[in-house]
Ligand binder design. Sequence first.
Ligand code: NAD
Ligand code: MG
Length: 397
Amino acid sequence: MQSITVLGATGSIGTSTLDVVARHPDRYRVFALTAHQRVDALAALCRRFRPEFAVVSDAPRAARLRSLLAQDSGATEVLEGAQALAWVAAHEQADTVMAAIVGTAGLEASLAAARAGKRVLLANKEALVTAGRLYVDAARAAGATLLPIDSEHNAIFQCLPPAAQADAAALQAGGVRRILLTASGGPFRSRSLQELATVSPEEACAHPNWSMGRKISVDSATMMNKGLELIEAHFLFGLPEQQIDIVVHPQSVIHSLVEYLDGSLLAQLGNPDMRTPIAHALAYPARIDSGVGALDLPALGRLDFEPPDPSRFPCLRLAREALRSGGGAPCVLNAANELAVAAFLGGRLRFTAIAELVERVLEAVGSRSAPGSLDEALALDAEARALAQAGIPRLAA
Ligand code: NAD
Ligand code: MG
């Protein structure tokens, strides 16, 4: 019986995780569930999964959750704040932690899980982009097992030789020449640059193949998501930037590929449903039912590929440059992007200004050194956000 903490239980990944967990009551038990604002949704999950702990962001929400759960048998203790998040992530009774909080907000708790040597199911890619070296070093030192949830990284993991799954250092020796991340191209794959200037948040969040949270949906539309994933792949698999390529594949059926020295390309295919990588990571190395139907190849008929277009999707270039320059640049890229995406979703920034704002912040503080501690990472993140915030009025004008 595996005991699980789900950080970000009310989100898209959290919900899919609990869907898989509910299919296997003989294998999994929920230890803790956390959410930011959606107290009603978290209360419903607590009634259904009866965790020992539930965590929300602040005291008023905790009080509301307590009152919502008062009529129940009192099975769940309610806690609040960032410290409580890290505490349920590192608790000795949790074997596995699903890290599915969106953004740098998830870094501290994801890192706490790694430092406690947990089996970490890592969806929170921003944690790796912000503090990749720190994160993987901490996980290795503590003997944590990192299992990627991002569909591309999970696909790559599945296509690696077992020795390289256990330790990224064995990747080169395993004959890997490069990895290929597939990208759907998002909802604006065939829009012109001119059209992109006026797209709305609703259009940006209407992804053709995947149903996801709003932040990652906008990242998919700008293709910054693929840029973040490039950096994520670098830290997870220890490959230099030149050995990680991106190919646009609009059907989102091939989730990524690994190319070997002999010319073989291994791919993982499946319907675009996050329950597949989640079930894979939950049960690894076993296989369990995820609730996802089989892929119908004849119905699919064809698979298409094209190169990404750097002129319409400049975020790809910014992410690659940030990874190439190293140090604190990925952290700055991520922080500026989070703020720019929030401004776009709030109607304060045009879609095409997201990349412009990120580029300006990178020019200002992208040459900082890599954060050596959680505090340094959070400080650099805050500095980049403040600069991005200050840059909004000029770009909005
Ligand atoms: P979402 O917006 O649907 O859910 C986010 C979760 O994080 C919610 O439970 C929310 O309560 C919690 N949260 C948000 N801000 C918080 C804060 N300040 N403090 C504490 N909790 C907070 O997002 P999602 O789509 O589920 O994505 C979660 C993570 O998984 C992201 O890092 C995303 O990049 C990654 N991911 C998602 C998908 C997908 O299909 N949705 C695919 C690959 C990777
Ligand atoms: Mg992905």
